[in-house]
Structure formats: C-alpha cells, structure tokens
Design a protein around this ligand. Structure first.
Ligand code: E4P
Length: 221
C-alpha cells in the first residue's frame, strides 16, 4: 500500500517528503483554499518539493469538454509529465470526461466516490485510480471501510486493474482498516499521516537505549 499527502501546505509537504517514503500529493479546491494561493503559484511550489512523485490536481469545470480542456491546460501550463493525474469528480459529465481524458493519454483519478458502483463505472471509463471518501461516508451513518472493501474485492474478482486510492480520513484507525481490506493506496492529511507513523513507546524505547548503552559505543564513525 502506498501513501500520498492530502495537503497543499508546503511546510507539511516538505517535512513528509523529507522523512517518509511518500508517493505523491493530492489536492482539491478546498485543500487549496486553506493555502489561499492561486494555482499558478502553488502547483510549481508543490512540484519543487516532490520531484517526480505523483501530483493529483482536481478540475473545476462542469462539462466534459471543459474538463478535458482544463486538464490539458494544466499539463501544458505546469509542464507536467507522467506523474500528473487529473482528478475528475464522478458526475455524469465527469464519467464522460474520464473517457475523453484517457483517450487523450492522460492519467486519471476518479474522485468524490461514495459507492462501489460508481467505482466500477469509473474503472470501466478508464480511471487509473478511484478515490472513495471514507470519513464522509462514516459521517452520514454509512460505512466507509465497507465501501472500500467492496470496491477492492470487486476489482480483484473481475480482474480490474484500476487502483483504489482511499481518501477522506479523520483518524489512524480508518487507515488501518482500509489497509487490512487490501486497499492499494491512501491519501491523508499531515496530522493523520504523522500520527500513524509514530508511537510514544518508540520514542521511550529510543530514550531508554540511549540512556542504557550510549557510553559503550566507543567505535567512532
Ligand atoms: C482527496 O482526494 C479528497 O479530496 C479528500 O481526501 C477529501 O477529504 P475530506 O473529506 O477530509 O475533505
């Protein structure tokens, strides 16, 4: 399972990519609004921090034709390579746009997925990733983990190569549970990612090792 950062905050991205084996960054209009910088400024800054790792940029156009033009424009404007994934919400126009973007040779992440059927249709349209929203499902008394699990099982059952990029997490337990049902990838906030990579017992263990034996390490390096 691979991990992506669901943030456009440069300090968070720099820290995550410096210390951990992160595989990319995902953004959406809400995430970008937290930084309050225009796309033309923030995307190059993010690219400087992540090198050739994946960047998923969401479109805001409504019709399939406009979505395709918007997606292509970003590829040209930011000089994006094969690490660029256009994030397309699975509206009626979105499903059509996914097919058009694939025909145009683009990588696509189908986003705002809330059901297993939306995921299958997005996969049939050619999406490389489908992004089900775990916490938003949990918040409406549905079951985010079950939806992810159904999508993973179904893709496996039917030999569908589209990957599941589970999104919208509010805690580590949700990520633990999607990993246990075989989810291929997750994107999460800085807070959730750093929480899942650390443990107070690890910190205590390291302090204990240092206290007990550091005076014995007389071989200089
Ligand atoms: C990522 O692709 C989604 O846009 C994001 O994870 C949504 O998360 P939220 O429910 O915390 O806004």
């Amino acid at each position: 399972m691979i991990y992506l950062a669901d943030t456009a905050n440069l300090e968070e991205i720099k820290e995550l990519f410096h210390y951990y084996p992160m595989q990319g960054v995902t953004t959406n209009p809400t995430i970008l609004s937290h930084e309050d910088k225009p796309l033309s400024v923030i995307i190059p800054q993010i690219l400087d921090c992540i090198g050739d790792k994946m960047i998923h940029i969401q479109v805001i156009s409504e019709t399939a034709e406009d979505i395709l033009q918007e997606a292509k424009k970003y590829r040209e404007f930011f000089d994006l390579k094969n690490n660029y994934y256009v994030k397309i919400p699975v509206t009626k126009e979105g499903f059509r746009a996914i097919q058009m973007a694939k025909d145009a040779g683009m990588n696509v992440t189908a986003t705002a997925i809330f059901t297993q059927q939306q995921a299958i249709i997005a996969a049939n349209a050619g999406a490389d990733f489908v992004a089900p929203y775990v916490n938003r499902l949990d918040n409406i008394v549905s079951h985010g983990i079950d939806v992810v699990s159904d999508i993973v099982k179904c893709f496996r059952l039917h030999g569908i190569s589209t990957k599941v990029l589970a999104a919208s997490f509010k805690n580590v337990d949700q990520i633990y549970r999607v990993s246990m049902v075989g989810c291929h990838s997750v994107t999460a906030s800085y807070e959730v990612l750093t929480a899942l990579m650390s443990h107070p017992m690890t910190d205590k263990g390291v302090l204990d090792f240092e206290r007990d034996g550091s005076h014995l390490y007389d071989v200089k390096w």
